[in-house]
Design a protein around this ligand. Structure first.
Ligand code: VG1
Ligand code: CO
Length: 542
């Protein structure tokens, strides 16, 4: 098979963000764009000759075409084997699991996660390392450097590979192994959870899982309905679609509004959940209750020992900096370590590998454990179900008890999307410039206690990540955090993370927006959000 060396030139803007490279799909489909980036990944990791990679994606528009290009380039670059999900599908956690289980040299995951899909929407690609996790910055820096010096890529010509049939084929010297995307993942879940207890519970309880027309559909059908016996139809929007049915596959109260409305209605089942485009996020609801992701993480940390996979207890927990400190209280009570990392799952990898954390989570609806090196939506759902089955309590009762024991961290995130980049930068620069003068001043009746810009020193490899968000603490335990998103593809997205602490047992049932109203007002006053963005209200409130 002839290997062609195709001449190319660096393309600007191929810098990986919070989780891989995300761009408008049309940008990815542009001349040489995908090819340049794939070759830069290969070059950035020292070549792929003789290596094995897992390849799969969330099924969004262009997933199928992009995989064929990747396979041709793997063959041209001398790779030995590609392990590919049937029809090109693999959820992000399932890909992470395959990389680890099969001991591969990493994997390529095609996804823009919670971003919408389609020719006019978003596409993404990321490289995961042999531990199964998203490449850390030491590696993405090398990949980015490679994009800036690229002069050629390698390609073979061939017919499309049949990815519809499980089994092995070859493309030149490359063996392509097409695997069932669900099987190995489902087996892993069976090892972690008490499947009998969950199926017993499901005999007299009802659930709804909204797959949001994305990749978890087949996983949830097979595991929840197939193996656990949830009533048929418990999994809704189960068929992955290239445009996710036209919405954002983002499990939050805005984009999964149908599910939220259903869970707050009289017809609500006992438990509701949703996942995102690539299956690594989760939203949890009980009858009449939305559980914030930060609270979910804390509850899971407190109760994980009820599941067989965690019966021995947790080595430690970790959360991203903007995530609420609810889990910190659990860690303190249990006497285990709690780490605070920058946003993005790649920062948990070292802690998990070193055995210093068992459970990790982010306020953005990501929870996971050391079973893989990505966050894992269905895993969180199954852990919740295991806890419900083991305790016999409702979601509402569990949360009420949790807050009574640990206090409640009222929490919300306000997103301002597609803000003009210069306006967003002006807001951040303005705030950064006055951080040191804030302590002691008041805003909306709250006194600033301290303020800083978050930087993280990795306790395992000593690497330092700077510029990870602006933080302002208020007397009385309130906090506001400001960050610009690293996953958006249009203008800038400003994320404002708001938190306040309540320990009075009589004040555990407030509406979070109301409980946070003073922190919200203070955040606006300090950062002059309305003035900079020209917006009266956020686009998304979680
Ligand atoms: C967002 C979230 C972050 C998450 C990342 C990837 O990043 O805030 O917590 O890890 O998305 O999630 P950012 O930079 O836009 O704030 V996924 O499910 O989109 O891979
Ligand atoms: Co995702």
């Amino acid at each position: 098979m002839d290997v062609h060396t195709v001449a190319t030139a660096p393309i600007q803007g191929q810098k990986p963000g919070t989780s891989g490279l995300r761009k408008k799909t049309r940008v990815f489909m542009g001349k040489h764009f995908l090819e340049n980036y794939v070759q830069s990944i290969f070059d950035g990791i020292g070549g792929i000759e003789g290596k094995t990679l897992v390849v799969g994606g969330d099924g969004r528009y262009f997933n199928d075409r992009a995989i064929q290009v990747i396979l041709r380039m793997m063959a041209a670059n001398g790779a030995a084997r590609a392990i590919v999900g049937q029809n090109g599908l693999l959820s992000t956690p399932a890909a992470s699991n395959l990389i680890r289980q099969r001991g591969t040299d990493g994997g390529l995951i095609l996804s823009a996660s919670h971003n919408p899909g389609g020719p006019d929407e978003d596409f993404g690609l990321k490289y995961n390392t042999p531990n199964g996790g998203p490449a850390p910055e030491t590696i993405t820096d090398k990949i980015y450097a490679a994009t800036n010096g690229l002069t050629r890529y390698f390609m073979v010509e061939s017919e499309d590979v049949d990815l519809a049939t499980v089994g092995e084929t070859t493309l030149g010297g490359l063996t392509i192994e097409v695997v069932d995307p669900v099987e190995a993942y489902a087996a892993l879940m069976e090892r972690l959870f008490d499947m009998d207890a969950i199926s017993g519970w499901l005999k007299d309880h009802s659930v709804r899982f909204d797959a949001m027309h994305a990749v978890t559909g087949p996983y949830a059908k097979a595991i929840l309905e197939g193996r656990l016996g949830a009533a048929e139809g418990s999994v809704v929007n189960a068929e992955p679609k290239p445009d996710f049915g036209g919405g954002h596959p983002d499990p939050n109260p805005i984009w999964a509004k149908d599910l939220v409305d259903h869970m707050l209605s009289d017809a609500a089942p006992d438990f509701g959940a949703a996942s995102d485009g690539d299956g690594d996020r989760n939203m949890i609801l009980g009858r009449g209750l939305y559980v914030s992701p930060s609270d979910s993480l804390a509850l899971l940390a407190a109760q994980a020992h009820l599941a067989p996979g965690y019966a021995g207890g947790l080595k430690g927990v970790a959360r991203s900096m903007p995530t609420s400190a609810a889990v910190d209280r659990v860690a303190e009570a249990k006497g285990i370590a709690c780490f605070e990392t920058p946003t993005g799952w790649k920062f948990f990898g070292n802690l998990l590998d070193a055995g210093r954390a068992t459970l990790c989570g982010e306020e953005s609806a990501g929870t996971g454990s050391d079973h893989v090196r990505e966050k894992d939506g269905l895993w969180a759902v199954l852990l919740w179900l295991n806890i419900l089955a083991a305790t016999g309590k409702s979601v509402k009762d569990l949360m009420a008890e949790h807050w009574r024991t640990y206090g409640r961290n009222y929490y919300s995130r306000h997103d301002y999307e597609a803000v003009e980049t210069s306006a967003a930068n002006a807001l951040m620069d303005g705030l950064r410039g006055k951080l040191s003068s804030l302590p002691g001043t008041t805003a909306a009746g709250l006194t600033v206690e301290k303020a800083d810009e978050f930087a993280y020193d990795d306790p395992v490899d000593g690497s330092r990540a700077q510029g990870q968000g602006l933080r302002v603490w208020f007397e009385g335990g309130g906090r506001a955090v400001f960050r610009l998103s690293g996953t958006g593809t249009e203008g800038a997205t400003l994320r404002v993370y708001l938190e306040s602490v309540e320990t009075d047992p009589d004040k555990m049932d407030r509406d979070p927006q109301e409980a946070l109203s003073d922190v919200i007002a203070a955040a606006d006053e300090i950062a002059r959000i309305r003035e900079h963005t020209g917006r009266d209200a956020p686009d998304v409130i979680t």
